[in-house]
Design a protein around this ligand. Structure first.
Ligand SMILES: Cc1ncc(COP(=O)(O)O)c(C=O)c1O
Length: 365
């Protein structure tokens, strides 16, 4: 896998790439909050006061008041028992794996889980079994020889960011003993799914199940950083010699304040989520009617697999229409190259129509 050409944002819905200004349907900034003046102001104010970084971990001198302020806001927003902020989403999963070491007798992980979840599983100190992607029947079969074990954990992305597929968490949960825990990576679902935007667990109705979540600030929240949401024992373990929490610098206060601003915006402006959902429906309904497999989930992402020459043809077609060709080769995605499209709340009707026109009637078969 090689690096693609550098991309520069140019306003909320465009990028500059290889000297051209193109409409952008890439990335995961689903509300384009990374460009929002409220977040930028919150960030620059805090950075001017506190400096760019904290210079130490929270266990030494890097514990800033904005960390606990953000944790309280996360608890309120996501309805979790506790929230613990770390430097990014990848670290959130690693920290969680370290904190949960020895807590489970067996772990079951979706074969296409994000690499941070797969890395985190290695810390658990128990057998880790892969089950077929989003396949509740396969999970049941693999659990069956270990059903007597009380402490099971199932690990999955709530939404698989490469394809936009939502994990069938309700179906998976039904196959599990009540004592089992679901560890959900909410990198993509947080801020997008559920009535209160709490993510996939809310969307799939898991309120009565044991759930642990990792969240990422760099996607729908438009900032940077990560957090672990879960029960008290987890928070205690995270502050009891956890390697990530002890051995890496804490989140800069500018990012903590920007994330706080973002949570505030999502709550105060329900119109943002409404607009995102309207835009998703606009594009997906039209594409599905045109025979393009855009998926019918209420999530802003879909991907099209395009082998060989078809990929080059689609690239030419997108460029001719003025759209950035977001072709991706990603270890957890579909096999080979695929085009990934992400709709935002900020795309105009004309831009959405442009995408529909570029993809309609186009077959990757
Ligand atoms: C599913 C998933 N989990 C975790 C991460 C890691 O998040 P971060 O970029 O904050 O390290 C990502 C980011 O790409 C992701 O897509």
């Amino acid at each position: 896998m090689s690096l693609r050409g550098a991309i520069e944002p140019d306003g909320a819905t465009h990028v500059r790439w290889r000297g051209r200004r193109l409409v952008y349907f890439g990335g995961c900034d689903y509300y384009r909050l990374a460009q929002h003046p409220t977040l930028l102001k919150a960030h620059s104010r805090a950075a001017a006061r506190d400096g760019l970084g904290t210079g130490a971990s929270r266990m030494t001198t890097g514990n800033h008041p904005s960390h606990s302020e953000l944790e309280s806001a996360l608890v309120k927003f996501f309805g979790s028992e506790t929230a613990t902020v770390v430097g990014n989403g990848y670290l959130a999963n690693l920290a969680l794996g370290q904190a949960a070491a020895g807590r489970f007798d067996a772990a079951f992980i979706d074969e296409r889980a994000h690499m941070s979840l797969r890395d985190a599983a290695q810390f658990l100190d128990c057998p880790v079994v892969r089950y077929r992607h989003c396949d509740a029947d396969d999970l049941t079969e693999r659990i069956s020889p270990r059903r007597a074990a009380k402490r099971l954990v199932v690990m999955a992305d709530g939404v698989f960011g490469a394809t936009g597929r939502i994990a069938p968490l309700a179906g998976l949960a039904k196959r599990l003993p009540r004592s089992a825990t679901l560890w959900i990576d909410e990198a993509h679902g947080a801020g997008v799914l559920g009535d209160r935007l709490r993510g996939t667990a809310e969307h799939c109705g898991l309120a009565n199940r044991r759930v642990i979540q990792s969240v990422v600030f760099s996607k729908a929240l438009g900032s940077f950083g990560g957090a672990i949401l879960g029960p008290r024992w987890l928070r205690s373990a995270l502050f009891d010699g956890n390697h990530v929490v002890t051995g890496s610098s804490s989140l800069p206060s500018g990012l903590a304040k920007a994330t706080l601003a973002s949570l505030g915006l999502l709550r105060a402006r329900p119109g943002l989520a409404k607009r995102l959902r309207r835009n998703i429906a606009f594009v997906k309904e039209r594409l599905l009617a045109a025979g393009v497999p855009a998926g019918d989930t209420a999530f802003p992402v879909f991907s099209l697999e395009c082998p060989g020459k078809k990929a080059s043809a689609l690239r030419r077609r997108l460029l001719a229409t003025g759209i950035y060709p977001s072709c991706i080769r990603y270890p957890t995605g579909s096999d080979g190259a695929f085009y990934r499209f992400a709709i935002s709340s900020e795309h105009s009707c004309a831009q959405l129509e442009l995408l529909v026109a570029a993809l309609s009637g186009y077959s990757c078969d």
